[in-house]
Design a binder for this molecule. Structure first.
Ligand SMILES: [Mg+2]
Length: 383
């Protein structure tokens, strides 16, 4: 019989490598985006921004997973569909996506992955994006991808994440979270914010300090979560290389705990969260980061609590949580809905049946206090 630790070993290795490729892609696109005017940023039907990076990452990851694991074995639920990019007015966006995908795939061998023999044409790139048409559900194996989580942060030159998870029979079994602008050392994040500039390149590349970003990953049930710094792909040829174990913080006193807060206020109820934070006795300055990087912050021990209470009518999508949840849990943390139940990834593209919101904590003690506080303050809230 297959040993437990060998299960998903190949999938995990491939997933980590493709997320590194995707992070490098995003880094290049973000650099260009900030250096020029914001071209190639279009609004989706729900008005949220989408860029060349969103489509390019989706196409690149879809193409690589299918090539390596076999197209018949790969089913993907992903955020982007081909409608937006197939419109006539998106022609220049599509052209930029095709170029970006080919540029990234040409670098894939640096990450120990195969490159295509010839450059991909527009139909192949569209096909790779369109192939991500799984709708999830309770059975079978499928990948869940948010190519760029926190596009708003991305276009502002700030935090964002590439999130890839594998679900089998409705349960998240692997999670990989690429955080290209979340430095290995949290002090550098503060440096970035205080001085509005990134760390000098020279200090980012020494082997002991790692890069300005990181990739986190975990396999369900392993009791381990890992971090790799986002450095040159040459270090990715051997596997697993330069990875270190991460663990949640051991702080369980609310007065010493840090709340990880969203930057953007859309889709979440800030005042309810602020009220809860106050009622359980949180006193420290919150850590404000975009996107699923909040799960990374909890898993790494940079913060202790992340809560999200959606505004009425907003439904949480599985790709915004799957990778982050398994990484936090394997790093020793707890993630549930506000009723204390595990998140249910088996109901399709949305987290159906979610009780009010999501509470992620570094440990059981803080988690219990928050769940109790939700019960105590729910009646008086105006969600
Ligand atoms: Mg996204």
């Amino acid at each position: 019989m297959e040993k437990e630790e060998d299960k998903y070993a190949k999938e995990l290795e491939v997933a980590v490598r493709v997320v590194h490729v995707a992070c490098a892609l995003c880094g290049r696109v973000q650099e260009r985006l900030l250096a020029t005017t914001n071209d190639h940023v279009v609004a989706k039907d729900d008005d949220s921004p989408v860029t060349v990076a969103d489509f390019s990452v989706q196409a690149t990851i879809s193409w690589l997973l299918s090539e390596i694991l076999g197209v018949q074995n790969v089913s993907i639920v992903a955020e982007e569909d081909i409608e937006t990019i197939s419109k006539d007015e998106s022609a220049s966006l599509l052209e930029a996506v095709v170029n970006t995908v080919n540029e990234s795939l040409a670098f894939a061998s640096k990450y120990g992955l195969q490159c295509p023999e010839t450059t991909l044409g527009t139909p192949e790139v569209l096909e790779a994006i369109a192939r991500c048409n799984s709708t999830g559900g309770p059975r079978g194996r499928y990948w869940v991808l948010d190519p760029v989580d926190g596009t708003l942060g991305f276009v502002r030159g700030d935090q964002y994440a590439v999130a890839l998870a594998l679900i089998e029979d409705g349960k998240v079994v692997l999670g990989v979270l690429g955080c290209p602008n979340y430095p290995v050392k949290i002090e550098w994040l503060n440096y970035h914010y205080q001085h509005h500039q990134t760390m000098p390149e020279s200090s980012l590349k020494t082997p002991d300090t790692g890069g300005k970003g990181c990739v986190l990953y975990a396999r369900k049930g392993s009791g381990e979560a890992w971090l790799q710094s986002l450095i040159d792909g040459d270090n990715m040829l051997e596997w697993p290389n330069c990875a270190r174990l991460i663990r949640v913080s051991s702080i369980d006193d609310p007065a010493l705990a840090t709340l990880c807060e969203p930057v953007e206020r859309a889709n979440s109820n800030h005042s309810f969260t602020a009220g809860l934070a106050h009622s359980v006795g949180l006193r420290k300055q919150p850590l404000r980061v975009h996107s699923m990087v909040k799960y990374a912050a909890i898993a790494r021990g940079d913060a202790e609590i992340f809560m999200k209470f959606a505004k009425c009518g907003y439904k949480e999508k599985i790709w915004d949580h799957a990778a982050g949840v398994v990484i936090v849990e394997e790093a020793g943390g707890v993630v549930t809905d506000a009723g204390g139940r595990p998140l249910d990834f088996s109901k399709g593209m949305y987290l159906e049946g979610l009780d009010r919101g999501i509470i992620a904590c570094s440990g059981v003690a803080l988690h219990e206090k928050l769940i109790d506080a939700v019960y105590a303050s729910w009646d008086s809230s105006n969600l």
